[in-house]
Design a protein around this ligand. Sequence first.
Ligand SMILES: [Zn+2]
Ligand SMILES: [Zn+2]
Length: 155
Amino acid sequence: MLLRTGGCYCGSVRFAADLVDEKAAACHCHQCQRLTGHYWAYVTALSDAISFQADGTLSWFHTSEQCERGFCGHCGSLLFRRRTGEKVIAISVGSLDETVALRLTDHEFALERPGYYPLPVKAQLFRTDRSDPSGVVHTAPAIRSGARRRSAPGG
Ligand SMILES: [Zn+2]
Ligand SMILES: [Zn+2]
């Protein structure tokens, strides 16, 4: 049992979740960069292992056809990600009240990482999602930083 409580910055969303394990993942994808300003770190719980004490301002935004993000509509805190067909919900590590036992072990979309920060050499690096084992990248030096694609001004 890894029961954790958490919530958004303003306290309008409060929840308790029994986490799947103590492993946290960082997602370096372009979508998470936009949503968080850096990379997103999360833990997971089964969808039926999370309960809400307050959720009146919880809003969901589709970031793709298969994926939506849950955030507080009042203070803007990013709290959750859920995907169509998955039984787990991803929870922002930063929303938890207690994180001592957690370990950041997995790094997803490592190739989309911008060049301004390094990845730990001994971390598990994934080309895409960590649920895709064929995408494991074993050594950090093989990772090149992904250039952020922006459309040129006026073009
Ligand atoms: Zn809030
Ligand atoms: Zn991401």
